[in-house]
Design a protein around this ligand. Structure first.
Ligand code: S3P
Length: 441
């Protein structure tokens, strides 16, 4: 089957309501925590993408049974000491950094050897950020120069740790939280602000956790060795998946969009704050709370007078997965946009900072870079008419989807390769894009 798509026309004006699939971060956490609960958990609206399916297959390797029944996934957890400890295991996390790093946290008490591998992109990523704290708990970890394959052999003689998470990585914070479930005593974490789904789930599941928040850091104390009951969870829509359509609407002519039921947790809405600073006037409607998460419909309209901004660095973490599409908005804005300290972008599924800059230059936008700081010189009249071939992006799903949005917003003739990359996070992406009226061949 052909693995590329062709886009030859900008999207025509649309006025639509859509729903995107379940949040990936929450879906993976639900699977991992359900595997540690006692009894059958029911997860509704679980994202059915490769990253999440790999999470289900991973816990299955330890004897955890799951099945899909009607509109929910049932996962039969066996408690915090319930993984079948009788043999060595080989795990494949595919493309998912979140799965790979979080599941390592669950393995600190698994006394056989687990060898973790992943796809080409994941094999280029650093694991020391998570293996270092896990070693402090007492687990033995080896790696290929801090990259995959990583092998972990846990122990029944764990000790609680004090850990200072300095990067603002939710994956590192969460891996340590999951490991702290297994350890006796109290694990203390000081963490730079990052997405907070793990701690919200802990609270919800009545896992003993104390949380103190300050402006830049959060402090946690987790009391380990406490079993918790199975649960029901209805996963809200993913704001990261929504972001492609939010930006498409902003950049298109005379269009309106409502994205229903999206997770608008404060630690994830950096993109909305940034776009509104650029004049976007995105609104929330029908806000409600669900198990500590904030959920809402998002209302977006085309915006003509987008303006360049100095993006506050404090929003980097809550917009971390959305910068590629934010760069597209900066490309069309009036004036210069500046972004600071985006080094973490180069540690994602592909080196997204480098790829983003190359992409903007390719479409004729002036960009300057000093260290990891960017200046994007917007062009409100951007209108493309050349042929663009997008390949060699390490099959990064977000690069594929961002390229489609650029094609549909700015014109030109585009061949975008590695279509199957979207399966890791958002298999419905092209279907929804076509529902908005896009012509994709
Ligand atoms: C995620 C955290 C972020 C994000 C990733 C998902 C999570 O990574 O980029 O897509 O679910 O915890 P870092 O924790 O490395 O910043």
């Amino acid at each position: 089957m052909k693995n590329y798509i062709k886009i030859k026309n900008k999207i025509t004006p649309f006025d639509k309501k859509i729903e995107v699939s379940g949040d990936k971060s929450i879906s993976i956490r639900c699977v991992l925590l359900a595997s540690q609960a006692v009894g059958k958990s029911k997860i509704y609206n679980l994202l059915e993408s490769e990253d999440v399916i790999n999470a289900l297959k991973s816990v299955e390797k330890f004897g955890i049974k799951y099945k899909k029944i009607k509109n929910y996934h049932e996962i039969n957890g066996l408690g915090i000491n319930g993984f079948d400890n009788s043999k060595n295991v080989k795990l494949n996390a595919g493309n998912s950094g979140t799965l790979a790093r979080l599941i390592l946290g669950l393995l600190v008490n698994f006394t056989k050897k687990v060898t973790l591998v992943g796809d080409k992109s994941l094999s280029l990523r650093d694991f020391s950020r998570v293996t270092e704290p896990l070693k402090m708990f007492g687990a033995q970890v080896t790696s290929n120069k801090n990259k995959l394959p990583v092998s972990i052999t846990g122990t029944k003689f764990l000790r609680p740790i004090r850990y200072y998470e300095k990067i603002g990585s939710a994956q590192c914070k969460s891996a340590v939280m999951l490991a702290s479930l297994k350890s006796p005593g109290i694990t203390k974490i000081k963490a730079k602000k990052s997405r907070n789904h793990t701690e919200l789930l802990f609270k919800n599941l009545k896992i003993p956790i104390k949380i103190i928040k300050t402006k830049t850091f959060d402090y946690f104390e987790v009391k380990g060795e406490t079993n918790f009951n199975s649960f029901e969870y209805n996963v809200p829509g993913d704001i990261s998946s929504s972001s492609f359509f939010i930006v498409l609407t902003l950049l298109s002519k005379n269009s309106k969009l409502v994205v229903k039921n999206v997770n608008i947790n404060n630690t994830r809405t950096g993109i909305i704050k940034i776009l509104n600073m650029m004049n976007a006037k995105i609104k929330f409607k029908n806000k409600k709370f669900y198990k500590g998460e904030k959920i809402s419909d998002i209302l977006i309209k085309s915006t003509k007078n987008l303006k360049g901004i100095e993006c506050p660095e404090t929003l980097n973490s809550s917009a971390i997965d959305e910068f590629l599409v934010i760069f597209l908005v900066a490309a069309k804005a009036n004036g210069i946009s500046t972004f600071k300290n985006l080094g973490e972008l180069n540690k994602k599924e592909s080196p997204r900072l480098n790829i983003g800059i190359k992409f903007l230059k390719m479409i004729g936008i002036k960009v300057t870079r000093k260290n990891n700081n960017l200046k994007i010189f917007g062009n409100p009249n951007i209108n493309l008419d050349k042929i663009y071939n997008i390949k060699n992006f390490k099959k990064d799903h977000r690069v594929f989807m961002m390229s489609c949005i650029a094609a549909l917003s700015f014109g030109g003739e585009w061949n975008i390769y590695d279509k199957d990359s979207i399966n890791s996070s958002f298999p419905n992406f092209l279907k929804i894009t076509k529902r908005l009226g896009a012509k994709i061949y």
